[in-house]
Design a protein around this ligand. Structure first.
Ligand SMILES: [Zn+2]
Length: 142
């Protein structure tokens, strides 16, 4: 799929809907962390996110057993995320976790700590330029 995304940020409204629709409270953090932080979640939730509700039902605790429809409803709201490869199949879930691992392993610019760089201790091009400008000003007595 060419329209896959690598970042999702659930809104407060999305999170509020978990309670509203009846997703058990002990699942809210995991569900949010899966989408926002690419975090691996338990067997049951993984199966839900893989769109395998039949197997998920077999793994459900007493609360989740009665909440399968709530997950359907909530995930229906997240259907754009499904189209973008964030959930909906085993492959989508694996891809989402892989992106998370890659993000965690990324080496960041030592100054802004936002832009990925190739080696530890390196600066991104923007911070390098800013540093060069400061050096120039210092040398020229500003
Ligand atoms: Zn930087």
């Amino acid at each position: 799929m060419s329209n896959e995304v690598d970042t999702i940020v659930l809104s407060q409204q999305d999170i509020d809907r978990m309670s509203e629709y009846g997703i058990p409270p002990h699942m809210h953090d995991g569900l949010t962390a899966y989408f926002n932080d690419h975090r691996p979640v338990g067997d049951f939730l993984t199966l839900i996110l893989q769109n395998d509700f039949v197997t998920a039902a077999a793994h459900a605790d007493d609360m989740n057993k009665h909440a399968l429809y709530a997950y359907c409803r909530w995930l229906f709201m997240c259907s754009p995320a499904r189209i973008h490869g964030v959930w909906g199949s085993k492959e989508a879930v694996q891809r989402w976790h892989k992106i998370g691992r890659e993000k965690a392993e990324r080496i960041l610019c030592t100054v802004c700590e936002e832009v990925a760089v190739k080696r530890e201790g390196e600066l991104c091009s923007e911070c390098l330029t800013a540093q060069a400008e400061r050096d120039w000003d210092e040398r020229n007595g500003h």
